[in-house]
Design a protein around this ligand. Structure first.
Ligand code: ZN
Length: 141
């Protein structure tokens, strides 16, 4: 992320008292680990690692940084299981990236997509699902 853009974004998040949502992915330019230094240098802000990719880097950041969280948008069920298995259910937020689903799943309405994601989360997380569903990017800890 260019330094000037990230500096302005962090200042704005600080002023508005909102978390910073960082979209992670499986391409090296957007690996979660690239954001670790910025997360640790700004402990007064909360950061959400959208998609949680790659999950092993996310696990390392979540365990180290109290101000880091992950959301479940487009996250494979196996990765959610891995986060739960690491005892990190308290750092997971429910996310959907809606309505971007309309691009990836054009035959599925956004309503149905979100219902499917909720059901998947309930199946994956059992008793932790309600707690996770109560936390979204709009209602973070
Ligand atoms: Zn995204």
């Amino acid at each position: 992320m260019p330094k000037k853009i990230s500096t302005v974004s962090l200042q704005l998040a600080r002023r508005l008292d909102v978390p910073v949502l960082l979209h992670t992915g499986n391409f090296s330019v957007c690996h979660a680990g690239r954001f670790a230094e910025m997360i640790d240098a700004n402990t007064d802000l909360s950061f959400v690692l959208a998609h949680g990719r790659p999950v092993d880097e996310v696990i390392r950041i979540l365990k180290k940084s109290g101000n880091a969280f992950v959301d479940t948008a487009f996250m494979p069920e196996a990765d959610i299981w891995k986060l739960i298995g690491e005892g990190l259910h308290g750092k997971i937020l429910f996310g959907t990236d809606a309505p971007i689903n309309e691009i990836f799943y054009p035959g599925t309405s956004t309503t149905d997509y979100i219902k499917e994601r909720v059901e998947m989360l309930r199946a994956a997380c059992g008793s932790s699902a309600a707690e996770i569903l109560a936390r979204t990017i709009y209602r973070y800890p």
